[in-house]
Design a protein around this ligand. Structure first.
Ligand SMILES: [Zn+2]
Length: 496
């Protein structure tokens, strides 16, 4: 049974330097000695030392001097460079060296585990199991170290960075254009067939499997150059192309295992971006959008239909190109039906709700905003448009609600009032006023309702789906008091 442990058995914290450590040198000496059929005593005699000295050398307990190494190399009929090669001589040796390192490191110490003797008597599968457990332990450890606060901070920094560059990544656009050229893409939407060609172009074989791990969309086997995708990918809600393109994007962008949450987020943003840039190539999408602007009929739905992508992909892609190519500042939001913001971006001055650290994700968006009102609109097929007067100005937004396994989500794109002249749907008469962050806007129950129910309501909060979600203010953390009160109103027995 082969358990894969760390990448090439090298702990991330101590990459192999040019100078191999004493243990690796020792293992190379032992490997060569055994390959030559020599006993410990014979090698000891050949270099004029006691066998115990050779044993210490082979077990890495003694730093060898250069003259000693030269003598050993000579006795083994090898060169000194053979002994100084930093790679362990065999898989088994690599495991032994790794376990020795781990046992001398802080983990065993901290846990008070007595080290095992790493010798011939220890079966290889036991070695592999110990190292696999060690790796899992470290993973759990770093997972626990990740506090929601760190996650929020990383999110916020990333959003600031995206705003500073108008959500446009020139290098990723160039990468996308090169890849599309590589498969002879002639413009317009990317056919499924060419997405598959792209995999072949990058040296990957596509395998559709029925048993992909539940928590994954795809798995890349870099050793065998395979991409695994779910065999029911077509049936699923997600575009079959985007799972494949995202997997390939991570490969093209050379993403390694992320060291922390900030890197994980950045990788996700880059992979999403490259995927969208392949599905809606810059040149073609800009041509479509410029023509729409000239005709004063920009529409995210039209962009979606022109490139056969999801509304969210089209909305996201629109934010990449709107400022750079059309000179329009925009905002974007993905909001759960509970009102919690999952994704947000702006460079148009709209004021998102934030926590004390400036985090938007996990906050509740104002009930008067398009992103919330859209849930109350019975028509889920067309997008909903609305003007919203906010303390920082009037915005026009367009929002589309979609049903997902995790619930309903609205995806919204908005622009300042001055820019609405370019958009289809500007003739809407829907208009609301948002006074948020003033609590009296929508965070506090209206006075008559509060008078009726304050002190009589004891709801139990549902655990939050999103790790990023923060608790809304109120007597009962995580509970929207207005909703609870309204519910009680509806279900209360009629007064006698
Ligand atoms: Zn509000």
């Amino acid at each position: 049974m082969a358990i894969s442990t760390t990448r090439d058995f090298v702990p991330a914290a101590s990459p192999i330097s040019e100078e191999p450590d004493a243990l690796t040198v020792g293992r190379r000496v032992r490997h060569l000695r055994l390959a030559r059929g020599m006993t410990l005593e014979e090698l000891a005699a050949a270099i004029g030392k006691a066998p115990s000295q050779v044993s210490l050398l082979e077990n890495g307990k003694r730093e060898p001097t250069l003259s000693r190494l030269q003598a050993v190399a000579h006795a083994l009929g090898a060169g000194v460079e053979d002994l100084l090669d930093p790679a362990p001589p065999s898989h088994r040796d690599a495991l032994e060296v790794e376990l020795e390192r781990v046992q001398r490191g802080p983990l065993f110490d901290a846990l008070g585990i007595r080290p095992v003797r790493v010798g011939r008597g220890l079966p290889t599968d036991a070695l592999e199991a110990i190292l696999a457990l060690r790796e899992e332990l470290e993973r759990l450890h770093s997972e626990r170290a990740l506090t929601p606060e760190e996650a929020r901070r990383a999110n916020t920094e990333l959003r600031y960075d995206m705003r500073a560059r108008d959500n446009y990544f020139g290098d990723l656009e160039i990468t996308a254009a090169r890849l599309l050229d590589g498969v002879g893409h002639k413009g317009g939407p990317l056919p499924q067939r060419q997405a598959a060609d792209l995999a072949a172009h990058l040296g990957f074989e596509i395998h559709h499997v029925p048993d992909l791990p539940h928590s994954t969309r795809s798995v890349i086997d870099r050793r065998h150059h395979r991409v695994y995708l779910p065999s029911d990918g077509i049936r699923g809600r997600t575009d079959a192309r985007s799972a494949l393109l995202q997997a390939l994007a991570s490969h093209v962008l050379d993403h390694a295992e992320p060291r922390d949450y900030a890197e994980l987020l950045r990788q996700r943003v880059e992979a999403n971006y490259l995927c969208a840039a392949l599905l809606l190539p810059e040149r073609d999408a800009v041509r479509v959008l410029k023509a729409a602007k000239d005709a004063r009929s920009i529409s995210v739905e039209d962009l979606r239909d022109a490139f056969a992508v999801s509304y969210e992909t089209a909305a996201h892609r629109f934010t990449n190109l709107a400022t750079r190519h059309l000179g329009i500042g925009v905002h974007f939001m993905k909001v759960h039906e509970s009102g919690v913001i999952h994704k947000a971006y702006e460079n148009d001055g709209v004021r998102f709700p934030t926590d004390a650290l400036g985090t938007v994700e996990g906050q509740y968006v104002c009930k008067q905003w398009t992103a919330r009102v859209a849930f109350d609109v019975p028509d889920r097929v067309s997008a909903y448009h609305q003007y919203t007067d906010t303390p920082t100005g009037t915005y026009w937004c367009t929002s589309h609600v979609s049903d997902t396994p995790d619930g309903l989500f609205s995806v919204s794109v908005g622009v300042p009032y001055a820019q609405v002249k370019w958009f289809l749907g500007r003739e809407t008469t829907a208009r609301t006023t948002s006074r948020c962050p003033d609590e009296s806007c929508c965070r506090r129950p209206p006075a008559p309702l509060a008078q009726r129910w304050a002190g009589y309501a004891f709801p139990s909060a549902r655990p939050h789906a999103s790790m990023l979600a923060t608790m809304p203010q109120g007597a009962m953390p995580g509970v929207d008091q207005t909703e609870v009160y309204e519910f009680l109103d509806r279900h209360a027995p009629a007064p006698r």
